[in-house]
Design a protein around this ligand. Structure first.
Ligand SMILES: [Zn+2]
Length: 138
């Protein structure tokens, strides 16, 4: 592993309880005691995928104030629902393509690690914090 993991921003309690989860499609760092999940990384396989998940986790900032106000711009955010598990999610604007060849901006969506589908920010019921620093893409 090329980069050492930094402690969980919510527990700040060392790195012993952090694990790297995922499969061949996506990969993320998880803090087992509090359930916080870092940004998912879908590209690449094997060790390079792990390195990207670690680098993405390490760019996360410290604790931010939680708000019920939903994101209005794209970026990385902390998101948690009533089960109190914080996740770093990517918020991005959907692009809608019409049959006449034109396209338009759709609604804001977010992707949670471990889920196969994107969710609507407008319909989210949890708390948001952010934006947090964007993990660097190579
Ligand atoms: Zn934690």
């Amino acid at each position: 592993m090329s980069e050492e993991l930094k402690p969980c921003p919510f527990c700040n309690d060392g790195t012993d309880d952090l694990s790297i989860r995922g499969d061949s499609d996506e990969c993320y760092v998880q803090c087992d005691p509090c359930g916080t999940r870092g940004p998912y990384r879908a590209r690449g396989i094997g060790d390079s995928q792990y390195d990207k998940a670690v680098a993405a986790w390490n760019t996360l900032s410290c604790r931010l104030p939680w708000t019920r106000e939903k994101p209005t711009v794209e970026g990385m955010y902390w998101y948690k629902e009533s089960d109190n598990i914080s996740m770093a999610v990517e918020v991005f604007r959907e692009r809608v393509f019409f049959t006449n060849g034109t396209s338009a901006d759709g609604e804001l969506l977010y992707h949670m690690p471990g889920y196969d589908f994107d969710l609507s920010v407008d319909e989210s019921k949890g708390l948001w914090a952010g934006p947090i620093p964007e993990p660097e893409e190579e």
